[in-house]
Design a protein around this ligand. Structure first.
Ligand SMILES: Cc1cc2nc3c(=O)[nH]c(=O)nc-3n(C[C@H](O)[C@H](O)[C@H](O)COP(=O)(O)OP(=O)(O)OC[C@H]3O[C@@H](n4cnc5c(N)ncnc54)[C@H](O)[C@@H]3O)c2cc1C
Ligand code: SF4
Length: 550
């Protein structure tokens, strides 16, 4: 059946439609109800429940929560552990150096921050939002932006019950149209609708290309003697070489939990590099592995983070809609923190929307929000660190971090030295042909501290309806073979943290296999495919990981 023959979609009218129940979307909804309780607000969330697709560190700067819900500390909100010790180390293959905290720019200090599961924070925010009258629909992906006279008028959720070959199965249900006077896009890093809006409205024409990292994370229950409640440790260096950006985090929280993760900057050059395997390797370092001895890995997942910062934020307002949170790129890379700015930007957007609604306006451009963020706490947070990522990319880890530290000190003291540096190429364009690179030999997993992809994905509780159209769209199959495989040696099989992509020999020919049901929605393929030949679109609502507390 083609679209013209489909039954019409039902529609519902709201004042504000929000896509995504992460910290940004939920903060926007709560703030709207705080300042304009009579306005109707709806959120759609593609995860099976709020929090199911949330993956973060997470050490949270409480500025967002304090501003939104001042009473959160005195309520039964969520498990949190105050940071008691902050360590920053540079690793070599067999040892490491701890950098004295006194040398670190004060903005990197975690004093006063809390270690949490961001998924749990979102569940708390969702309860708050619902108590204020916000309607939240988990299990529904926003699949299409709706326009009228070149202005956004809402979104449509995806149809349910379409088979892999396109025919309608029993129980086929048409998506719903949710119309809003304003629509807030809070999809997080590399949002699928956001990407279309940035292109369609040319929102990035005056900004640098957005940069990304891939963050992989495991949650461990560790032996009591290995747990140091409140310890926050970050590392740089090994196992990555000096030309490859990234690093680890290790957060001890609750009674016996450790959140361990590894971020690889997606401007890496060697197509043989596997972020997943680098993460596994990192856990074997002599200064780290002991933490996991006698412990149990209880969850795994991965998610892209936006790393471009100040220079890469596109225009965040357009007719009928706004971008908030990591969809806009408000993450502070050296702090590895974005949840505070996600919440602050949700609130800021909400205040501008409420003001416009009070004036009887609708579906126009909220240029006041776009103008406001740079002089708000979000802008001040990103401005001081704007050169950290470009310096790292240009000079490699050791020199880049030293220069970045100097620049952050200089900016803190109000004496910037480097101006505002550029990022250079988009991440998809940084891969070198395989012929110019050395294959990397990774060790087999031991099943105790290091693991393979498939047993890892199992711990993400990922589940998709199998009989549905593949949600990873390859534009040109011939190009995938002639370039991704023949020139770059098939990096998708290595960058995908869930083992979705494989090149398989079939009757003497290479065939590109997509195990779409394993996808954890990290969005890396959409970012890193060297030809931008893969597009991630939302699968049927409710599909994807089911993170209990990531
Ligand atoms: C490994 C890692 C470690 C991190 N560590 C920290 C840290 O320690 N501290 C910190 O502050 N920040 C950290 N961050 C960053 C932080 O997680 C993000 O800045 C924050 O989650 C951004 O919030 P958001 O609401 O913009 O997007 P997200 O948290 O990504 O939420 C977006 C939501 O929208 C939903 N969604 C997306 N598209 C659609 C659609 N089309 N239809 C319906 N729903 C949709 C998603 O399912 C998701 O629930 C880390 C990130 C990673 C990956
Ligand atoms: S298929 Fe793409 S979005 Fe899904 S897990 Fe793999 S890299 Fe991430």
């Amino acid at each position: 059946m083609n679209t013209a023959e489909l039954p019409p979609r039902e529609s519902m009218e709201f004042d504000v439609v929000i896509v995504g129940a992460g910290p940004a979307g939920l903060a926007a909804a709560i703030r709207l109800k705080q300042v304009a309780p009579e306005k109707s607000v709806v959120i759609v969330e593609k995860g099976s429940e709020v929090g199911a697709h949330i993956l973060s560190g997470a050490v949270v700067d409480p500025i967002g929560l304090d501003t939104l819900i001042p009473e959160w500390r005195t309520e039964e909100s969520f498990v949190r552990t105050a940071v008691t010790e902050d360590r920053f180390c540079v690793l070599g293959p067999s040892g490491g150096w701890r950098l004295p905290n006194l040398l670190m720019p004060p903005l990197l200090s975690n004093h006063g921050n809390f270690i949490v599961s961001l998924g749990d924070v979102c569940r708390y925010l969702a309860r708050k939002a619902e108590a204020l009258g916000v309607e939240i629909y988990p299990g529904f992906a926003a699949a299409e932006v709706l326009f009228e006279n070149r202005a956004v008028i809402g979104i449509a959720t995806g149809d349910m019950g379409v088979a892999k070959d396109g025919h309608h199965k029993e129980g086929f249900t048409r998506g719903m149209e949710l119309h809003g006077k304003y629509t807030v896009f809070a999809e997080g890093a590399r949002g699928s609708l956001t990407k279309g809006l940035i292109g369609g409205f040319d929102l990035a024409k005056d900004s640098q290309p957005q940069k990304f990292g891939l963050g992989l994370k495991e949650l461990w229950q560790v032996a009591p003697e290995k747990h140091h409640s409140g310890l926050v440790q970050h590392t740089l260096g090994w196992p990555l070489n000096n030309r490859t950006g990234g690093g680890s985090f290790l957060y001890h929280f609750a009674d016996d939990l450790v959140e361990v993760g590894f971020v690889v900057h997606l401007n890496y050059e060697n197509p043989y590099l596997s972020p997943f395997e680098e993460f596994q390797r990192f856990k074997t370092h002599p200064l780290v592995r002991d933490t996991f001895a006698g412990g149990k890995r209880i969850c795994y997942g991965a998610r892209a983070i936006s790393e471009g910062g100040w220079q890469s934020v596109p225009r965040v307002a357009f007719p009928g809609g706004v971008l908030v949170g990591c969809a806009a790129g408000f993450l502070n890379v050296p702090r590895i923190k974005g949840s505070h700015n996600a919440m602050l930007s949700g609130m800021l957007a909400a205040e501008h929307i409420a003001e416009a609604l009070a004036q009887g306006r609708s579906n126009d451009e909220l240029s006041s929000y776009d103008a406001a963020w740079r002089s708000s706490p979000i802008g001040r947070d990103l401005w001081r660190v704007r050169n950290a990522k470009p310096l790292w990319s240009k000079f490699g880890t050791l020199a880049g971090i030293a220069l970045g530290g100097l620049d952050m000190w200089a900016n803190t003291l109000g004496m910037p030295v480097f101006g505002t540096l550029k990022h250079g190429k988009s991440d998809f364009a940084t891969l070198k042909p395989a012929s110019q690179c050395r294959p990397i030999a990774y060790q087999k997993p031991d099943g105790k501290i290091t693991f393979d992809r498939l047993s890892s994905v199992y711990l993400s509780n990922t589940n998709h309806e199998e009989d549905q159209p593949v949600h990873l769209l390859v534009r040109d199959s011939a190009l995938q073979k002639s370039s991704e495989h023949d020139v770059y040696a098939g990096p998708s099989a290595r960058y995908c943290p869930a083992g979705v992509y494989e090149w398989v020999e079939d009757a003497g020919r290479q065939r590109f296999v997509i195990n779409a049901q394993n996808c954890v929605h990290c969005k890396t393929c959409d970012i890193k495919d060297p030809n931008q030949n893969i597009t991630w679109v939302p699968p049927e609502g409710g599909g994807g990981p089911n993170y209990p507390n990531m």
